[in-house]
Design a protein around this ligand. Structure first.
Ligand SMILES: Nc1ncnc2c1ncn2[C@@H]1O[C@H](COP(=O)(O)OP(=O)(O)OP(=O)(O)O)[C@@H](O)[C@H]1O
Ligand SMILES: [Mg+2]
Length: 146
């Protein structure tokens, strides 16, 4: 089984990671952890990237930490043997879909919500776009009923 797990550091994507670790533990699995720094963070709202924003040392460090912690979580749960990590910048949904195609993934695991605090809809735009356009199975992990 070849699996992509999409992480943005939100509680929802953390839940997706936990679900994936339960699902995949003890199986022969190749996992690719994907985290994308969104384009609007790279270029700023006005589209003008200052050198500081473009270099993004803070964002990169936080992103690497997210990927490393998530890999450790999976390994501790007995997921593997192969776990790779991919850090990109750009449109999250497009890059998750590309990662899935490149890896010939059987499954993409993601949360229903992300970091957006406004949350006007029950499901976010990244999970909607990925679930709509993927050429493999997509597991969207929703929170339990309140
Ligand atoms: N930048 C990202 N990199 C990797 N995975 C992501 C990224 N953004 C979102 N995801 C994945 O998609 C799931 C749903 O997040 P999504 O961004 O769709 O919701 P949202 O932030 O609540 O709403 P929106 O971004 O549409 O305003 C997350 O739990 C995560 O698994
Ligand atoms: Mg989001």
């Amino acid at each position: 089984m070849n699996v992509i797990i999409a992480l943005d550091g939100s509680p929802s994507s953390r839940r997706a990671l936990e679900f994936a670790s339960t699902l995949l533990a003890g199986r022969d699995t190749t996992v690719c952890l994907v985290h994308i720094i969104p384009e609007h963070i790279v270029y700023g709202k006005a589209g003008a990237a200052s050198v500081e924003v473009y270099d993004m040392p803070k964002e990169r460090a936080a992103s690497k930490e997210l990927l490393d912690e998530s890999e450790k979580r999976l390994r501790d749960a007995g997921v593997g043997p192969e776990i790779t990590k991919q850090l990109g910048t750009g449109d999250p949904a497009d890059l998750i879909l590309t990662a899935a195609t490149d890896a010939k993934a059987d499954l993409i695991v993601m949360g229903s919500r992300g970091l957006n605090v406004a949350q006007r809809f029950l499901i976010g735009s990244v999970s909607t776009k990925v679930a709509t356009h993927a050429h493999c199975a997509v597991l969207v992990v929703h929170p339990p009923a309140k």
